[in-house]
Design a protein around this ligand. Sequence first.
Ligand code: XAN
Length: 454
Amino acid sequence: MASTQVFCGTFIHSTNKDPLSILENTIIGVERDKIIFIDKEDKIKERLEEYRLSNNTVKHLTSDQFIIPGFVDTHAHAPQYTFCGKGMDKGLLDWLECYTFPTEANFKDPEFARDVYSKVVDRFLKNGTTTASYYATIHKETSILFCKIIDEYGQRALVGKVNVDQKAPEYYIENTAESVAETEEFVKAVTALENPLITPCVTPRFAVSCSEELMREVGQIAKKFHLPIQTHLSECRPECQMVKHVHPKGLNYTDVYNHAGLLTKRTILAHSIYLSDEEIDVIKLKGCGISHCPNSNLTLKSGLLNTRTLLDKNIKIGLGTDIAGGYSPSMLNAIRQTVQVSNTHAILAEKDGKEYKPLNFKEVFRLATLGGSQVLGLSDVIGNFEVGKQFDALIIDPQCTNSAFDLFDSDKTKEDILEKFLFMGDDRNIKSVYVAGRCVYEAGKRVVLSHRDS
Ligand SMILES: O=c1[nH]c(=O)c2nc[nH]c2[nH]1
């Protein structure tokens, strides 16, 4: 069985019960894209015989290295990568007008789009993001081109052609009927790529820039083709006020989406900071997931999501970089900023004489992997290491050349080393990136291998 590989060493992942489960001296067998066995290393001989495999199929990690699941970025605006790290002086609504809409308008041009989109996917893979839920732009053709680029690189992704039919500049607005028709054409074109790793995602930008009719119509497309939906919800106070003004029927922000049929088990709601208890109940009832994007929320001065409260209510939560509201395309940054936002809640609570249990690094590691897979409706497929799931994984090398951090004798356990990597590591410590069992990136060199090369 030439397409079977066996990885041998330490694996660290999360389960529903345990945010950090460390499997030492372990072997994981991967046939094509799927995990076919997980066993102790002392069973290697039996397993190789059972599957008629030679020793050459075994990849032994060094004693310092370990394997974790690939990161899942639940919210990223791919076209905004061009101004990532710039333009952090404004709040959301001015930022959209000043930087975002003018930049996204450029994606009408396929040459420009190809260059930027290739760099985004390359960067995300280098940073260990094996799955991303991307927003493209309003342009159908270059949104399809983006999917073809993701296909070439072998990343797993949800991708949305964005819908905007109001409250945007004239140069970046669609006619409602055209937006709906092009969304369906986009869905059909992406489906025709026949890449099981790429899912079209219905993407009404947010309630400010979408009419009720547009939201209803694209909601119907999601229903007809059984697709996920992504949008923004309650990101900052001026935006929440604006929604009341634009949709004046007296509904709260969440109900504006609910009445349009946009809240489903496969809806990804970015931000969701200023929700009332009633809104949280609706989100729970509908089974939607929330993408927490702390870098963006701090950079655009939007607010501080109370992740602990939502987790206590069993709402699905994943993390997002939200480039370029967030200035970093790395999920390691999203992990760190999630911890900092949670700590800020604890500081504020203490000031008010209240108790607040901030998230620890293990819980946040789970949000960046398994949590993200739940938010994207992919928890049967990815998120951790279980027999039957696909092998999306990162080989972490804490002792690589130019490592971003140092280890000391006091760093005794794999848990210590994972913690250091999550807070101090960077892409130099990510040695290899696997998506659906394929190595799509090796440190220092890109391996462009799509699923079609099998
Ligand atoms: O962070 C954000 N980025 C965006 O591009 C956007 N559009 C609507 N709402 C948004 N929020």
